[in-house]
Design a protein. Structure first.
Length: 91
């Protein structure tokens, strides 16, 4: 698969569209709140785990060129360091 060159903003925008248009309804419930969802911004494929690391590794194994976006389920931000970072993007 050919590598896709997107800015961080494009990756975030595409992944958020996938999240809002289907993933949210599937994942935002009881046991998943607070877990991390990692989304492939190209395909919309996603996974859930407590830290997002395992899912990111699995998605990268399937597609080494995947552009991944991580979001904390049920929250507006994934990671915050003194308010400087709103979303964690794995590229």
């Amino acid at each position: 698969m050919q590598s896709i060159f997107w800015s961080v903003e494009e990756v975030a925008s595409r992944a958020k569209q996938f999240y809002e248009n289907g993933i949210r309804q599937n994942v935002e419930h009881g046991d998943n709140i607070g877990k991390m969802s990692v989304i492939d911004a190209e395909t919309g494929e996603y996974g859930i785990d407590p830290t997002g690391v395992e899912t990111a590794l699995n998605l990268k194994q399937k597609n080494p060129n995947a552009r991944l976006f991580t979001i904390r389920i049920g929250y507006d931000v994934a990671v915050s360091f003194g308010g400087a970072i709103n979303q964690l993007v794995v590229v």
